[in-house]
Design a protein around this ligand. Structure first.
Ligand code: ATP
Ligand code: MG
Length: 441
């Protein structure tokens, strides 16, 4: 029969890599917790309206990239293209904004966008995202950027640069839109069809178009920084001041507008040139109008999202040393049916105590079992034969040192645990002293 392949633009995460992802994801969530962010999980699909309103109906995401379908009940459903709209919907729906503010949420999610697949650009991808709702203070912007930059520090990422901009508020944008419209109208013939349609409704979106012609024209367009109102200007100055105090280097890039409609004031991106054309690893900003847009009260908010595939590319490019994948604590080699049954019981006792214990479930020869135990990196092995069962005593071998200890069957779990803990402690200690010796010599 013909083989079925995974859909274009999707990736399987295989065991050879999944432990790295698990490490990265738990590190991200832990950093989030240290900044006070708590996990939120929302559905993978939402009502299409949510994204039309929340992301904006003149954005590339809504106009070109959404996976939208009608379900069997005739509802229009969309696979989430990003995490913010769902997070805000959930916060409003469950009254989370009535509790003490700020509300700080974090999530790890899959996202879906119908895009041209290439390195760092997939149709199913993953994000670590955070949202902070209920604060208008520029300190919140600066601390969120600090948080993002601490993530890159935690992974030892070098050569990533922070670019910031302010895209103002609806008040200052009115003037800016006029200037932009006048500018683009003069170049209308060279704009792509989508952008021609955007000119009336939302000329700022043209600045974010990926079409090379539109990009070229956008380069000469007026910049919003020249149109900021006093309030937005003051906010931006304070954010920059706080970043200076926190010693976070940044570059002002007046061309950042971000791909989603809901942003106001501060926007930022962390960009690397180590991973090819899709260099924006993390993007975020303030979205003061979104909560109200989605039916909540008027609550200022901000957030960021980081693409995990791009982060992984960055870590691989920097040769990040992931902690080794977990290996079995013990493998029971058994000779014959009776021994296998004993192995089953002992392994069960150990797994109940939290150890990773394995037995032969293939009916292999002893030699093949030993070879397999080596291959999967078992820290200990115990060979069980009829003689051992008769004597009631087992040899437990440390595969690294070759040392063997004995245990009777009844006290096996306790003996193993003591031996194991002593070994781990000694190992950690010896790693520590080794390091000292290397330093000297
Ligand atoms: P781009 O300009 O690269 O299309 P974007 O502005 O559409 O990015 P956001 O909506 O801000 O991206 O999403 C935040 C992050 O999610 C991006 O910085 C990126 O790391 C990641 N991301 C976005 N789209 C994709 C995709 N199709 N495949 C993989 N990662 C993605
Ligand atoms: Mg995009």
């Amino acid at each position: 029969m013909a083989q079925i392949k995974a859909p274009r633009g999707t990736q399987d995460l295989l065991p050879a890599d999944s432990y790295k992802w698990k490490y990265v994801e738990s590190t991200l969530m832990a950093i989030g917790e240290s900044f006070g962010f708590k996990e939120l999980r929302t559905p993978v699909f939402e009502s299409t309206d949510l994204f039309e309103r929340g992301v904006g109906d003149t954005t590339d995401v809504v106009q070109k990239e959404m996976y939208t379908f009608e379900d069997k009940g005739g509802r229009s459903i969309t696979l989430r293209p990003e995490g913010t709209a769902g997070a805000v919907r959930a916060a409003v729906e469950h009254g989370l904004l009535n509790d003490a503010l700020p509300l700080k949420l974090s999530y790890l999610t899959s996202c879906y966008r119908y895009e041209k697949p290439q390195a760092g650009r997939l149709r199913e991808f993953h994000q670590f995202g955070v949202e902070c709702l209920g604060t208008a203070s520029p300190m919140a912007d600066a601390q969120l950027i600090l948080f993002a930059s601490r993530i890159f520090d935690a992974f030892g990422v070098e050569g990533i640069s922070l670019e910031i901009n302010s895209i103002g508020c609806p008040k200052c944008r009115a003037e800016y839109h006029k200037a932009l419209k006048a500018y683009f109208e003069a170049h209308i013939d060279s704009l792509c069809d989508t952008c021609k349609g955007r000119l009336e409704k939302n000329p700022m979106r043209i600045l974010d178009c990926k079409n090379p012609e539109c990009k070229k024209i956008a380069h000469g367009a007026p910049v919003i920084l020249d149109y900021l109102c006093e309030d937005c200007k003051d906010h931006f100055e304070k954010v920059k001041d706080y970043l200076d105090i926190a010693d976070i280097p940044y570059k002002i890039n007046p061309r950042i507008v971000r791909g989603l409609d809901y942003y106001t004031k501060t926007v930022f991106e962390f960009v690397s040139d180590a991973i090819g054309a899709q260099g924006t690893v993390l993007g975020g900003g303030r979205y003061d109008g979104l909560v109200e847009e989605l039916g909540g009260k008027s609550v200022p908010a901000l957030g960021f999202a980081m693409g995990l595939e791009r982060l992984m590319l960055l870590l691989e490019a920097g040769k990040f040393a992931f902690p080794a994948a977990a290996t079995p604590d013990i493998y029971f080699c058994s000779i014959g049916e009776n021994a296998l049954k004993v192995a089953l019981t002992l392994a069960d006792e150990l797994t109940a105590d939290g150890f990773h214990a394995e037995i032969d479930i293939l009916g292999r020869s002893l030699k093949a079992q030993m070879k397999y135990a080596n291959k999967i990196g078992a820290k200990y092995t115990a060979v069980i034969g009829d003689d051992d069962i008769e004597n009631g005593v087992l040899n437990i071998k440390n595969m690294e040192t070759g040392e063997t200890i004995q245990s009777d069957f009844l006290g096996f779990a306790d003996t193993f645990e003591n031996e194991y803990l002593a070994y781990i402690e000694k190992k950690e200690f010896s790693n520590y002293t080794d390091f000292g010796v290397e330093e000297d010599g």
